[in-house]
Design a protein around this ligand. Structure first.
Ligand code: GDP
Length: 282
């Protein structure tokens, strides 16, 4: 009855760390809604609770649980024989993930403003731990989709770079890491994660170059006002995620997976490596 439900609610509020928020971004059709729905289903399976269904039309913040066998950053070496595993099974670690809706051209700016809100929040309860940027790896062979995806990712990374720079050295903000979730690896037309990384890096490099050129053209007749920032700072070197990490401290990992398909049917293993990434941020 109600008292038990309240009791559970209270217990969970107390037991879960309040500051583990993740933001899910990426072009529409990448699989964000499917991913959130799957995490919710997995979580309710573990806790015997029903889960809500939602569409990609609205932004949703859902609380999900990390599988007990996934190690966390603060408990890196949790092994199967570890007594803490028992504890983790009884009292699973929770985190919250915010899905952002995709409305054509608007979605990038919606995503960025969500990012802004979540990173600027002074409230520790809503502090952002990481960004999951989801891509459809079967769609990236299309030039327009690649350009669109890379532009969105570029803007997300530039935002995080500016944020990293603005943090004063005395009160350092912790950098928000980014997971590029290379989804739909079950499809046989899918590009492998390594190729996805290369394509995105090369395309972001092109975007950087055309931005610099645009700025040079524009500054021909105007004074160089406050210099527009270039992603990864070093414009001589070709853009790579490694460069970004080295220059700015923002870490990007590209990890393959699948929300749907055969991979997924083996006990949800298609998203396991993304959950491991989440675990490392906790
Ligand atoms: P969103 O716009 O990013 O929220 O994308 P959706 O979650 O709506 O997914 C778009 C489509 O891709 C849906 O038809 C999903 O069933 C499908 N989809 C999502 N993930 C996968 C996957 O890993 N493999 C395959 N084959 N299809 C997927």
């Amino acid at each position: 009855g109600v008292p038990i439900a309240l009791h559970i609610l209270f217990f969970q509020t107390v037991a879960s760390p309040p500051s583990s928020n993740f933001l899910l971004l990426g072009p529409s059709g990448a699989g964000k809604t499917a991913f959130t729905t799957l995490l919710e289903a997995k979580s309710s399976l573990a806790s015997n609770k029903s889960h809500s269904t939602h569409t990609s039309q609205q932004s949703t913040l859902v609380t999900v649980t990390l599988p007990p066998t996934v190690p966390t950053g603060s408990n890196r070496y949790r092994s199967v024989n570890d007594p803490s595993l028992k504890e983790a099974t009884r009292n699973p670690i929770k985190y919250r993930i915010k899905d952002t809706p995709g409305h054509g051209k608007l979605r990038a700016s919606q995503g960025i403003s969500e990012l802004q809100t979540m990173t600027q929040s002074k409230d520790i309860k809503t502090r952002l731990r990481g960004v999951v940027f989801m891509v459809d790896t079967a769609a990236l062979v299309d030039e327009a989709t690649l350009r669109d995806t890379a532009t969105y990712l570029h803007d997300v990374l530039l935002f995080l770079q500016k944020r990293a720079k603005n943090g004063s050295s005395s009160k350092r903000t912790t950098e928000v890491p980014v997971l590029v979730a290379a989804n739909k690896q079950d499809l046989f037309t899918a590009l492998p994660p390594g190729a996805v990384k290369e394509k995105l890096e090369a395309e972001i490099d092109r975007i950087r170059k055309s931005k610099t050129k645009g700025l040079l053209d524009a500054s021909a007749d105007t004074e160089l006002e406050d210099e527009e920032e270039i992603l990864g700072n070093d414009e001589q070197e070709a853009f790579s995620f490694k460069l970004l990490e080295h220059e700015v401290g923002v870490k990007v990992d590209v990890v393959g997976g699948a929300v749907k398909g055969d991979l997924q049917e083996e006990f949800g293993s298609g998203v396991r490596r993304w959950e491991e990434w989440v675990g490392m941020c906790l």
